[in-house]
Design a protein around this ligand. Structure first.
Ligand code: FE2
Length: 188
């Protein structure tokens, strides 16, 4: 028996227990963090070659591994083509992301306008960091970031969200045009 094995089904069971016990989102994030790392490092338990496939149009591939019937507790393997990534975006829910294969640059932003004009948004870069295998990014609802694959190989990361990101009404941001628009991704 592989003592390091950790299946997506086990991860889901552990996340459900956390969700039932946690008093707030912060506690969910803190407790989900080590589980995401454990699952990322146990990739032999669940990672399949098809999860390296990416949509050339959007620059990445979003492979659904789990969601509850009400779209909560959504887990994805996301593959990133070399030199590709996302626009600045939020998730409309909490997010915990762990590196599985290859480095991924995360660039973080803060929203600085007063949200008084629909469709208008001003975001300011607040930091950046490269996350490697087993490294975890945990973001509360409202956190904004860019993910970019600066390497010359497809990278893969494990993404856990409070709710499936196409059902949260989340946004993408254009820092130059100062716009906020819906961000829906193609999934498999
Ligand atoms: Fe994201």
């Amino acid at each position: 028996m592989d003592m390091n094995a950790y299946s997506i089904a086990q991860l889901v069971a552990d996340l459900k227990a956390i969700r039932a016990q946690a008093k707030d989102e912060r506690e969910i994030l803190n407790r989900a963090r080590p589980l995401a790392r454990r699952a990322a490092l146990a990739k032999d338990s669940w990672l399949e070659p098809r999860m390296y496939e990416a949509d050339p149009e959007q620059g990445f591939g979003v492979h659904l591994l789990h969601e509850e019937p009400d779209h909560t507790l959504a887990i994805f393997a996301v593959s990133w083509l070399p030199g590709r990534g996302t626009p600045p975006h939020d998730h409309g829910t909490w997010a915990v992301v762990a590196g599985v294969d290859g480095p991924e640059l995360n660039r973080f932003f803060e929203r600085v306008d007063d949200r008084s004009r629909p469709g208008h948004a001003e975001v300011k870069k607040s930091g950046e960091k490269v996350f490697g295998v087993g490294d975890v990014v945990a973001m509360p609802t409202g956190g904004i970031h860019v993910v970019w694959n600066e390497s010359d190989q497809v990278s893969v990361s494990l993404h856990i969200y409070g709710k499936h990101i196409n059902f949260t009404g989340r946004s993408q941001y254009d820092p130059e045009k100062q716009t906020e628009t819906p961000f829906v991704v193609a999934t498999t």
